[in-house]
Design a protein around this ligand. Structure first.
Ligand code: MN
Ligand code: MN
Length: 282
């Protein structure tokens, strides 16, 4: 793990920490705009521009017990990358800590889900349900399909969808809430998420799920996206059930700085939300 740069709230030793971050600088299967492997350190840099105190949750994330392990090695073979991700998440979970993975592209999530099981809630513009893409079964465009083989597609819900291929429709994708549905009836969308989240949930945020005006620096931008504020409302629903978090598909070469800033802030607010969940609902 060569990087010396640590997420801003990483003030604890590993032993005393509750939240363990690590970066996965992997972009070998990206189809359009590469650069995702640069995101972990750009997100860490952005994290130094935010206050540790969360006004929304009344929590100081400096006191929450955050530790940043740094980045895993750079791989070209997705299966080798997934092995290392699995091993690290396995260690974090057996030490009874909360894993936060900073991508890298979306294919990295499979390594965490293989360990955590439970249900998976995605924010994404894409269903990612292709059996393979450009000959690669572990492509970022196939992550939901690979995860469905581990936990079953009925245990996946994707929010913000607005891009799906005829092949995926034919195969029958996981359940999803489109970005149009989120906009048309926000409360109904939250209700569906609440009904889905009836047990442990892993939360995977593909930043292209957000509208490109909020998150321009992504590998495959899609117009007509959702508002990042939904993360607060989702966390209200899952903060006592969430098993882990990942932040994926950010491509710093296409960013104006706002995307990595949003990522750093979301990591901080998810930690603050889980912490506030521990002291009871407000
Ligand atoms: Mn995705
Ligand atoms: Mn996507």
């Amino acid at each position: 793990m060569p990087s010396n740069l640590k997420f801003c709230d990483s003030s604890e030793s590993y032993e005393l920490s509750k939240y363990v971050l690590f970066g996965v600088p992997f972009d070998a299967t990206v189809s359009f705009r590469p650069g995702e492997k640069l995101a972990p350190n750009r997100i860490r840099e952005s994290s130094y521009n935010i206050e540790s105190y969360s006004l929304f949750h009344n929590v100081n994330t400096k006191d929450a017990g955050v530790y940043d392990l740094g980045d895993i090695s750079e791989y070209h073979d997705p299966e080798e990358m997934l092995e290392e991700v699995y091993g690290i998440v396995d260690q974090i979970i057996s030490d009874k800590k909360f894993p936060i993975m900073i991508g890298g592209e979306h294919s990295i999530s499979t390594g965490a889900v293989k360990k955590l099981k439970g249900k998976v809630l995605f924010i994404d513009a894409h269903t990612d349900y292709r059996d393979s893409y450009m000959g690669e079964k572990y492509s970022h465009a196939s992550v939901a399909r690979r995860i469905s083989e581990i936990i079953g597609k009925e245990n996946i819900l994707s929010v913000g969808i607005r891009s799906v291929s005829p092949e995926e429709i034919k195969d029958g994708t996981q359940n999803f809430i489109s970005s149009y549905e989120v906009r048309a009836n926000y409360e109904a969308a939250l209700k569906k998420i609440k009904e889905f989240a009836d047990g442990p949930v892993y939360f995977s945020i593909d930043f292209d799920g957000f509208d490109p005006s909020y998150a321009p620096g992504v590998g495959t931008p899609e117009p007509f996206g959702i508002d990042p504020y939904i993360v607060f409302d989702i966390m209200k629903i899952i903060r006592k059930k969430i098993t882990g978090l990942d932040i994926v598909e950010i491509s710093p070469p296409y960013d104006n700085g706002n995307t990595t800033m949003l990522a750093a802030r979301i990591i901080q607010e998810v930690i603050a939300s889980v912490e506030s969940g521990k002291v009871g609902d407000k």
